[in-house]
Design a protein around this ligand. Structure first.
Ligand SMILES: CC(C)(COP(=O)([O-])OP(=O)([O-])OC[C@H]1O[C@@H](n2cnc3c(N)ncnc32)[C@H](O)[C@@H]1OP(=O)([O-])[O-])[C@@H](O)C(=O)NCCC(=O)NCCSC(=O)C[C@@](C)(O)CC(=O)[O-]
Length: 299
């Protein structure tokens, strides 16, 4: 399949990027991050997570983040909602899109959302129904698509089953999460082939963490298969609280640099994006994990 002419980048730094930070990050810093990402041309930003503050304290200010946004025209600001309680709170804050998140690994599902895969799907069904009534689109995530921190290898057929269930339930797009970044390019292709038997490729997204330095190579492999939605995190911020040692998503700057070199449109201003990566890493005292961001800052 030819490479896509254009991609949609889903920027997850304000949520995935910050959810695992050991020190509290104030709401004003999160809001400035979101605003800078919008100013760099990003059209889809995962801004918050309506999960239990006991489970993920960094996302406890979800209401203040959603209510405090300076909304830019044409930008979607989404939030994670694992259950009806989260969805109702998000709706009160005027959210226009939410995401439910499941896993292809039973153990990870229990550790992350305290229920089995089957129970999670039962929980998501009323979330999708309520969201539909409210005119809110729902994205679905599947974690551990290329490996699990507890179970190791996950068969592609298992990933395909959970993805299909989310899609058939009404998720308009399913984002495939390599939660611990252990995937490699051919493995990523094989997994995608299995999922794409049931779901059109333009309804799938790649959400690859870079723990083993494979994320860009894996992205190249799935772009070749027709994937045109990429999740990434500015400065490579992030990690999952329930996947020990997992580092952040592939850095947005690195993705855009690669896409620019391939002539694939994103509508994103790389200079502004790289400045944002430098700014947030200084603001929260973290290393910048984007090679492109570091190289551009050194010029
Ligand atoms: C799902 C639950 C809530 C189940 O947690 P639970 O303990 O089974 O839920 P519960 O219904 O029994 O409720 C327990 C308490 O949580 C409260 N509660 C219940 N729901 C909510 C809510 N929505 N918002 C706020 N509070 C909530 C509820 O009110 C109650 O409070 P208490 O009576 O004890 O004071 C919990 O396990 C949880 O919050 N997990 C979050 C895990 C998480 O955020 N993980 C990181 C995001 S996923 C990820 O990073 C992967 C991804 C998406 O990026 C893709 C990839 O890379 O793989």
């Amino acid at each position: 399949m030819p490479f896509p002419n254009a991609i949609r980048l889903v920027e997850v730094a304000p949520r995935d990027g910050l959810q695992n930070e050991p020190e509290p990050i104030d709401t004003a810093t999160k809001l400035e991050l979101i605003d800078r990402l919008g100013a760099a041309g990003i059209r889809y930003i995962e801004a918050a997570s309506f999960v239990s503050p006991k489970w993920v304290p960094q996302m406890a200010d979800h209401r203040d983040v959603m209510a405090g946004l300076t909304r830019r025209e044409g930008v979607t600001y989404s939030a994670l909602t694992p259950n009806l309680k989260g969805l109702e709170a998000a709706l009160e804050c005027g959210v226009e899109e939410v995401a439910v998140f499941g896993a292809a690994s039973e153990t990870f599902s229990h550790k992350n959302i305290n229920c089995s895969i089957a129970e999670s799907l039962e929980r998501f069904a009323p979330v999708l129904e309520r969201a539909k009534d409210a005119g809110v689109r729902v994205r679905g995530y599947v974690s551990c698509v290329l490996g699990c921190p507890y179970e190791g290898e996950i068969p592609p057929a298992k990933v395909a089953d959970v993805s299909k269930a989310l899609y058939e339930m009404g998720c308009y797009e399913v984002s495939l999460g390599d939660t611990i970044g252990t995937g490699t390019p051919l493995k990523a292709k094989r997994m995608l082939e299995a999922v794409a038997k049931d779901i059109p490729i333009d309804k799938l997204a790649a959400h690859f963490h870079d723990t083993y330095g494979q994320a860009l190579a894996n992205l190249y492999a799935v772009l070749e298969e027709g994937i045109a939605v990429i999740d990434s995190s500015v400065a490579g911020l992030g990690g999952c609280p329930y996947a020990k040692g997992a580092s952040g998503n592939v850095a947005s700057e690195d993705v855009i640099y690669m896409l620019n070199g391939m002539g694939i449109e994103s509508g994103i201003d790389l200079d502004k994006l790289a400045e944002t990566g430098q700014w947030i890493t200084l603001a929260i005292g973290r290393p910048n994990r984007s090679k492109v961001g570091v190289a551009m800052a050194a010029k």
